[in-house]
Design a protein around this ligand. Structure first.
Ligand code: ARG
Length: 563
């Protein structure tokens, strides 16, 4: 039986109806310190009825309880503290892990219902930013967490490939573009054109008008406009796909904003038929005053659509196509207002499923304490940064373990894993400073640190020629193993908490704590000592490895067997 249930039922028996088992269950707490036991019952709630002090009640309860199922039951102040049977818990946790292996902690909460995850979504003709990296790795991890809990996830890359800026870019290309240069170095060249034409448009409204006109042509299906736009898109995707390959991230649906260009009339018609559109200086807006939000601009004076118009069409399309139970948008904190407006307009349209949409914002990354900015040309070359992470990992391997087979592959796993892990261990709303040296270090709270703990276990198991078996009789004389058992037991809950809060950092922090606890165990206990506990110790660290690997997998980080 689950330990908390066991405690609740034991207490219910002696309380004889004064509190129900369910109520007791709800009151149970985790003691503040491990020395105080595993489960605590606070006696306050009984004080009034029994007309005794909580301290006295706790004392009495502790004396009366049947201690058979526990190692110890004692009163500390107003709490009854239960020390669960270490040997029972150890056996049940380990056998659970060995039987289920990587499926330990999996659940079927989702019944395979669909969760759509809008993630990554870089803008074509612009560099893949560090914000898009965050969205990519967060989205990937959230997808893995929800799959683990039995949902079917649909990862969607809502590429930014439509809008007036591409009209301006065509204008720039027509004026100064050089096809060969763009083909050789697409994003850099297109960015240059973009910066130049924006500066010009500011000075000269005619340039701006021209850009607008090109975008209108795009919206009307003009062949030349679409040909140039498609080319910009294709060359951009070549670069983006290289980054996805390096990160090992794939998508189920790769549809940019342009995909919705023919689906927006329907939205505008619905808004019209529901009397939600108002004219404002020639443009069409939805008033959102009752939500305390600015009006949503749906259509400009010249008839061009906007980002939010496309997102409205997208949301409706996703509901129709995937009938999602949750629709998640992993997009930076700058767009909080946009997503509030989006939801509010959908609510106004009468779509109650807008309640199932959640914006998952995240904080900003800096470098040397300064903001990254595309406009000012202070762009991180993300692809180069990933390559550098791999180089650094390779150097460290060459130092530590030059004989390692598959060095390049492992360096890839460690370098990329380091960047991903560092990003994900940060509370999502916090930003962080992009510092490769810290990320790729084997010390501190890093991906390589966790990977290294896993590889070390594998090497011990190889040395011992260990074969896992769920039926080994486990026994530990001391208590050194107990911290690990408690942590392993917390893994399923940890996954649920992370999914619930859309917070992979919960899993990343857990992985660090587990790796640290293993390293302490390794420092204090001679695992390979020949005595009758050896198999138990090996089985324990085998279980730790299963969970470490699965925690890393949930973050999208690989676990090399050797490094
Ligand atoms: N392309 C946008 C950007 O880079 C993000 C798009 C997010 N997804 C969405 N459905 N709006 O800012």
């Amino acid at each position: 039986m689950d330990e908390k249930n066991l405690v609740a039922e034991s207490l219910a028996q002696i309380l004889d109806g004064q509190l129900s088992t369910e109520k007791i269950f709800e009151l149970l707490e985790k003691p503040k310190k491990i020395e105080l036991g595993d489960i605590a019952f606070p006696a306050f709630s009984l004080a009034k009825e029994l007309r005794k002090s909580p301290v006295d009640i706790a004392k009495e309860l502790a004396e009366k309880i049947n201690g058979e199922s526990f190692d110890k039951v004692e009163a500390t102040g107003p709490y009854v503290n239960f020390f669960v049977s270490k040997s029972d818990t150890t056996t049940s946790v380990i056998s659970d892990i060995l039987k289920n292996s990587a499926n330990y902690g999996s659940e079927n909460l989702g019944n395979m219902r669909n969760v759509t995850i809008d993630m990554s979504a870089p803008n074509i003709a612009k560099p893949f930013s560090i914000g898009h990296l965050r969205s990519t790795v967060l989205g990937e991890s959230i997808s893995r967490l929800y799959q683990k809990l039995g949902y079917n996830t649909v990862k969607i890359n809502h590429l930014g490939d439509w809008g007036k800026q591409f009209g301006l870019l065509i204008t720039a290309y027509k004026k100064y573009g050089d096809e060969a240069k763009i083909t050789a170095n697409p994003i850099d060249e297109l960015l240059k054109l973009y910066v130049q034409i924006n500066a010009e448009a500011k000075e000269n409204p005619e340039v701006d008008d021209e850009g607008r006109a090109w975008f209108l042509k795009m919206e009307q299906g003009d062949a030349e406009a679409l040909r140039i736009w498609k080319w910009f898109s294709d060359v951009s995707l070549l670069e983006f796909n290289r980054i996805y390959d390096k990160l090992g991230v794939t998508f189920d649906f790769f549809t940019g904003e342009s995909f919705y260009s023919d689906k927006m009339d329907g939205i505008v018609e619905t808004l019209e038929s529901k009397n939600l559109l108002q004219e404002s200086k020639g443009a069409l807006v939805v008033d959102l005053e009752k939500y305390n939000l600015n009006p949503a601009l749906i259509k400009k004076t010249d008839g061009a659509t906007l980002y939010i118009t496309r997102d409205l069409a997208t949301a409706v399309y996703r509901k129709q196509t995937f009938d999602f139970v949750k629709s998640l948008y992993v997009v930076g904190g700058e767009q909080i207002n946009h997503f509030k407006q989006l939801k509010a307009v959908l609510t106004e349209m009468g779509y109650d499923w807008s309640d199932d949409m959640t914006h998952i914002p995240f904080g900003m990354v800096t470098q040397g304490g300064k903001k990254f900015s595309t406009r000012q040309g202070r762009v991180v070359k993300l692809e180069m940064a990933l390559d550098e992470a791999v180089d650094r990992a390779l150097k460290m391997i060459n130092n530590k373990n030059p004989e390692l087979p598959n060095k390049e592959k492992v360096a890839q796993q460690v370098g990329i894993g380091a960047v991903t892990f560092y990003d994900l261990k940060t509370d999502r709303m916090n930003g962080y400073d992009f510092d490769l040296e810290e990320m790729v270090s084997f010390e501190g709270e890093t991906g390589p640190y966790v990977q290294y703990a896993y590889a070390r276990i594998q090497s011990i198991l190889r040395k011992a020629k260990y074969e896992a078996n769920a039926d080994y009789d486990l026994h530990f004389a001391g208590n050194e193993h107990w911290e690990l058992i408690k942590l392993l037991q917390e893994f399923p809950e940890t996954i649920k908490r992370a999914a619930d809060k859309y917070e992979p950092s919960v899993v990343a922090k857990y992985a660090i704590v587990l790796a640290q606890a293993f390293n302490r165990y390794y420092a204090h206990v001679r695992i390979l000592d020949e005595n009758d506990e050896k198999t138990s110790r090996l089985t324990l660290i085998y279980a730790v490895a299963v969970v470490l690997k699965e925690a890393l997998r949930l973050l999208g980080v690989e676990a090399p067997e050797e490094m």
